[in-house]
Design a protein around this ligand. Structure first.
Ligand code: KIV
Length: 250
């Protein structure tokens, strides 16, 4: 799709959302490890395990989406090429058609091993949520000339290792545009400007169903939590006026 049409991508974590999103024609669905935060209630993605990922990949895969269904390798699940292949195979066995992992030159052996095992691989550069504790927050990448150089080199390395696409998270729009021009594989941006080949969002951010935190770069298209609260309050009110028809006491 690179150079032909913008690629839309969204996260999914369960059966009904996967089915609904797939029916809209989104071409790329990701069981992201963001599930740790927006579904499981953890403070960051470092708490997500392979078992969590498998459980949610299985649920999403039961929707049999026409979209490509990719899944994140979670924190510390790809420290060696052997471990990366073992865990990528577990995600594929659960129903994923591709896997994603965070990092550039430091994980090239893992990427090559995954691709050599026949599993399509999507890269992830820029702000790496699995490194949030070391980084001390969710910081924009590519502001300095050094960071720009590191990102360009990592993007080239991830492509050369065999990735089919590259997520760019919180990369300055200029550097994201440069990577998009340099690389043959599509870039999918999140908070990285409009010049990427595609855009990905956490679905809960787009639909406003996780109101306690919305990233600065997201403008929710639906006040999901407001509508849910209204519907529930209205239903609660409606049952206050109902009387049980059976008066028999036991
Ligand atoms: O885990 C996730 O949701 C991601 C984002 C890029 C959407 O990796």
């Amino acid at each position: 799709m690179k150079g032909k049409q913008p690629i839309g991508a969204l996260t999914v974590y369960d059966f009904p959302t996967t089915r609904l999103l797939d029916e809209t024609g989104v071409p790329f669905l990701l069981v992201g490890d963001s599930l740790g935060m927006v579904v499981l209630g953890y403070p960051d993605t470092t708490h997500v395990t392979m078992e969590h990922m498998e459980h949610h990949v299985r649920a999403a895969a039961r929707a049999h989406p026409k979209a490509l269904l990719a899944a994140d390798l979670p924190y510390r699940s790809y420290e060696t090429p052997e471990q990366a292949v073992f865990n990528a195979k577990r995600l594929v066995a659960a129903g994923a058609e591709a896997v994603k992992a965070e990092g550039g030159r430091s994980i090239v052996p893992q990427i090559k091993a995954i691709v050599d095992s026949g599993i399509p691989f999507c890269g992830h550069l820029g702000m790496l949520p699995q490194s949030v504790l070391e980084e001390g927050g969710y910081k924009i990448k590519g502001r300095s000339e050094i960071e720009r150089g590191l990102l360009l080199a990592d993007a080239e390395a991830v492509e050369q290792a065999g990735a089919f696409a590259l997520v760019l998270e919180l990369v300055t729009p200029m550097v994201a545009a440069e990577i998009t021009q340099n690389q043959k594989i599509p870039t999918i941006g999140i908070g990285s400007g409009t010049e990427c080949d595609g855009q990905i969002l956490v679905t809960n951010d787009l639909l406003g169903t996780f109101p306690w935190f919305t990233p600065k770069f997201v403008k929710p298209r639906l006040a999901g939590s407001v509508l849910m609260r209204e519907a529930i309050t209205s239903w609660l009110g409606s049952i206050q006026n109902t009387k049980p028809t059976c008066t028999k006491t036991v």
